[in-house]
Write a protein that binds this ligand. Structure first.
Ligand SMILES: NS(=O)(=O)c1ccc(C(=O)NCC(F)(F)F)cc1
Ligand SMILES: [Zn+2]
Length: 237
């Protein structure tokens, strides 16, 4: 049927028609203004326990490229920071720009980045399934990591090399043994706020944890990704 996208007619400015929550009061992304961010001394550091994580596949869902994990137990979780309990690793995906344009969703003092990585976790303590959690106000915790242009990222090639295998919407392929720890910056200092999914259905279910330090990737790596995953249109299978 008529699906959402990033075009003129089906893009973010039109989403509210089918998803009225788009006009809600905790919608993401936002512009993060460091000078206005409040320091909350009750917030401790976040901990990412990914050593036992089990990646399963890499897929093109028509909006992004997603790497999914086995979330049948609490083997890999994020905890601490603003979170009251561990949240289970589910998937990560990227928001690439089109050729040469900024792909990040969040901005920092009005400045966008080349791309943005989202590592999605869900509250399996309170909710039985991911889909239940995705619709609950404390259901998801998403780690946002900015990608800025510079030298090649030594591990990102493992993702970009796999993109040609998931060029078309609905395609997926095995992707075992990948640990997202290799995509983290050196510092886990963060901003946090209560927000939403950045794509339809735009559920207001996300505790956002946005890392202050970007990771560095090369133009070649991002453009390979942008070219392979043409952000605006996805040739159907
Ligand atoms: N870009 S984002 O905010 O990290 C983001 C994360 C997850 C989902 C997602 O699982 N949508 C499907 C669901 F759950 F059924 F709604 C969408 C967006
Ligand atoms: Zn995302």
């Amino acid at each position: 049927g008529h699906h959402w996208g990033y075009g003129k007619e089906d893009g973010p400015s039109a989403w509210h028609r089918q998803y009225p929550v788009a006009k809600g009061n905790r919608q993401s992304p936002i512009d993060i203004i460091p000078n206005e961010a409040r320091r909350d001394s009750t917030l401790g550091p976040i901990f990412l326990k990914y050593d036992q994580c089990r990646s399963l596949n890499i897929a093109n869902n028509g909006h992004s490229v997603v790497v999914e994990f086995d979330d049948s137990d609490d083997r890999s979780v994020v905890l601490g920071g603003p979170l009251d309990n561990p949240y289970r690793l589910k998937q990560f995906h990227f928001h690439w720009g089109g050729k040469g344009c900024e792909g990040s969703e969040h901005t920092v003092a009005g400045v966008g980045y080349a791309s943005e990585l989202h590592v999605v976790h869900w509250n399996a303590v309170k909710y039985k399934t991911y889909n239940d959690a995705a619709a609950a106000p404390d259901g998801l915790a998403v780690l946002g990591i900015f990608l800025e242009l510079g030298d090649d990222h030594r591990w990102l090639h493992m993702i970009t090399d796999a993109l040609y295998m998931v060029k078309f919407k609905g395609s997926a392929t095995d992707f075992k043994g990948f640990n997202p720890k290799c995509l983290l910056p050196s510092s886990l200092h963060y901003w946090t706020y209560l927000g939403s999914l950045t794509t339809p259905p735009l559920h207001e279910s996300v505790t956002w944890i946005v890392l202050k330090e970007p990771i560095v990737v090369s133009e070649k790596q991002v453009s390979a990704a942008a070219l392979n995953i043409i952000h605006k249109t996805f040739p159907t299978v």
